[in-house]
Design a binder for this molecule. Sequence first.
Ligand code: FA5
Length: 347
Amino acid sequence: MTLQEELQSLKTETLETIETMSLDGAKELQELRVSVLGKKGKLTEILKGLKDLSNEMRPVIGKEANEVRDALTKAFEEKAVAISNEKIAKQLESEKIDVTLPGKQLKHGNRHVLTQINEEIEDIFLGMGFQVVDGFEVETDYYNFERMNLPKNHPARDMQDTFYITEEVLLRTHTSPVQARTLDNHDFSKGALKMISPGRVFRRDTDDATHSHQFHQIEGLVVGENISMSDLKGTLQVISQKMFGDDRKIRLRPSYFPFTEPSVEVDVSCFKCGGTGCNVCKYTGWIEILGAGMVHPNVLEMSGVDAQKYSGFAFGLGQERIAMLRYGINDIRGFYQGDERFNEQFN
Ligand code: FA5
């Protein structure tokens, strides 16, 4: 074969191979290119024969060799573009997005039932001109007990054992220390103090269906001139009716708290049977909802409030208890387990 024939046959064969090469053959195309046009490729090999040609033939064949190189380079480039386009087309095909398809339904959360109860109670009291005050979950023994008229070694401390950080710092057992803290800062020349304070409290109680070692209370406190037991009763009547229905009546029973005198337990007439007796009220017609009383003069005096001039009432209710009664929840532990099936019932 002459040099010219070799060149032409290399061109034809290579173009044919490129032509028939599949569109996912990027690697094969590159290999072919190296084997034909590379430094040690077939074209270079053929061109080694140029030196044996006559002076007239050398430029003619040299020119033809250049044309073959250009034609092949062009064919390789075009094929590379075609392969790349094919790859993009396939990718687009597989990643095609149908914007008309419905989106994935996201699950909506809802506020926890205790948060809902809390907000509802806050709204009722805000409507009656109360302020909402925050307290400290980590409290001092001084505010949690002593300022609540429970000096060291007072026997009533036994009912509220708790988790101690140090001997003098503890996790509060009730929201009542907020009474002393707000009384300390209230300026009575500007009017009566009316506040509620919701929050988490802790006790060394054994967890069961109705008790938890941490739970939530809402403290209420009103102190001013001429505040009497009937103000307490009227306020509690409003909250009972708003929470449990307009027909609800309340009943005060004598009780004991070191920080109130007199002290009462407050019952609401059963919202299920209306007072005739049923399993919710344990056939008494009444359900206990909170503890309350007239603020003990010692509590006022310890905050520097003149107990001769000012008097007040206070109450403390368990938020879980209100929610359990309202919704017929029979195990307090449901509030804290984060089980969606429990939570979404209060959506
Ligand atoms: C008190 O904590 C008083 N500080 C309430 C008070 C405030 C009285 C102001 C007078 C004036 P008591 O220990 O009864 O009181 O708790 C109040 C409410 O918290 C109870 O009625 C109950 O609903 C709830 N409670 C008490 N212990 C637990 C517990 N371990 N788990 C869940 N709820 C509880």
